[in-house]
Design a binder for this molecule. Structure first.
Ligand SMILES: *Cc1c(COP(=O)(O)O)cnc(C)c1O
Length: 387
């Protein structure tokens, strides 16, 4: 065991100690450090991309369910915690994702850990993108399967590993569709071809894509037209869907299996009905109102255009997540601090969340931020950014 006091002092000394900051949420994408007298800051750290967490339809659905069912589900789904709203939500998600069925989880973290550990074991191998989310890594570790990590989005490297290590056991390829810290996208069509050629399961984490991409908000899987080639389409309700919890959509048989075998599903209390009701309202909204998505994308385009005109030449990527790599942690921290004095709340993302030497500012664009906000923020950033 580590000596806790020493460990904390060492992190403090190297400037990597993390601590919670109190934040007052003022609505409409504004936050203020608790106790500070300063002006409100524009929040560039939220993943509430479509601003659905403040949408009247979600609030109405949640409060109706809250008054009808109370605050908690009271038990796991396999006990007495299964409410009609859970099943309605699963049907809606299955339709959104072009799959036969779906299953809810308490969180995306729990979903990834539970799904991967249920499917894979000692005789199997998991091919995982190096930049995959921590919850995917933890699922792989819990599964006890062999691990083949391929360089980020590198199909040649993946093919090489498939050819040399595929073996006779089960095999899973797992990727994110939009990468949470880089904002770039997985080559889904090519991955489907590879998974067919090497007879693997393909799991796609759509945490940052569902609601944001696809004609009906079905994510990159819909955008790329590969729903039929994806075995497990996982995602969360806590980001663009403005709620909380997570899901996986798959074949009926796969879902029946996970109901029995995914331990983070079996041994965990069902999502509160009011939370599921908010998620259901969100799924309906993203299908019915493509304007929400279009508005987000046009604001993302505006922000990127302002940065380019302001002289920032870095690749700003294809999505609503815009990383600005700065290298050293201290540099990213100093930049975040400076932007705070300019009225912008932008997280500095540092190792171990991202690889050593790639500390960055991560701008997450949401519909909370209007065009005027975004143009002003881009100007402030350009004024203090190294070219
Ligand atoms: C946020 C995130 C998760 C975890 O989802 P939660 O619902 O927040 O637990 C999983 N995968 C990716 C890629 C994420 O960005």
């Amino acid at each position: 065991m580590v000596e806790i006091g020493d460990w904390l002092r060492a992190r403090q000394a190297e400037g990597t100690l993390r601590a919670l900051v109190g934040l007052d949420h003022l609505g409409h994408g504004r936050v203020r450090l608790t106790g500070s007298a300063g002006p409100a800051l524009l929040d560039f750290s939220s993943n509430d991309y479509l601003a659905l967490s403040e949408h009247p339809a979600l609030i109405a659905a949640a409060s109706e369910a809250l008054h009808r069912y109370g605050t908690g589900a009271g038990a796991a789904r396999l006990m007495s915690g299964n409410f009609p709203v859970h099943q309605e939500l699963e049907q809606a998600v299955a339709a959104l994702k072009g799959q036969e069925a779906a299953l809810l989880f308490g969180s995306g973290y729990g979903a990834n850990v539970g799904i991967i550990a249920a499917l894979m074991g000692r005789d199997d191998i998991i091919f995982t993108d190096r930049l995959n989310h921590a919850s995917i890594y933890d699922g792989c570790r819990l599964a006890g399967a062999k691990l083949a990590r391929f360089r980020h989005n590198d199909l040649d490297h993946l093919t090489e590993l498939l050819a040399s290590r595929r073996g006779k056991g089960g095999a899973l390829i797992v990727v994110e569709s939009v990468y949470s810290m880089d904002g770039d996208c997985a080559p889904l069509r090519e991955l489907v071809r590879l998974k067919e050629r090497y007879d693997c399961l393909l799991m796609v984490d759509e945490a940052h894509a569902t609601g944001v991409f696809g004609a009906h908000g079905g994510g990159m899987i819909e955008e790329a037209g590969v729903a039929g080639g994806v075995d497990l389409a996982m995602g969360t309700f806590g980001k663009a869907l403005g709620s909380y919890g997570a899901y996986v959509a798959a074949s009926r048989q796969m879902i029946d299996f996970l109901v029995n075998r995914a331990r983070s599903f079996v041994f965990s209390t069902a999502l509160p009905p009011a939370v599921a009701a908010a998620s259901l309202a969100a799924v309906r909204l993203i299908r019915q109102e493509p304007g929400l998505r279009q508005e987000l994308h046009s604001r993302v385009a505006l922000f990127k255009e302002c940065l380019r005109q302001g002289g920032i030449s870095a690749d700003l990527g294809p999505s609503q997540i815009i990383p600005l790599q700065l290298g050293a942690s201290a540099k990213a921290m100093a930049m975040a601090e400076r932007l705070r004095t300019q009225g912008l709340f932008v997280p500095a993302v540092r190792p171990p969340t991202v690889p050593e030497g790639t500390a960055r500012l991560r701008f997450s664009i949401t519909r909370h931020l209007g065009e005027v906000d975004l143009a002003a923020a881009a100007a402030a950033l350009c004024a203090c950014c190294p070219r």
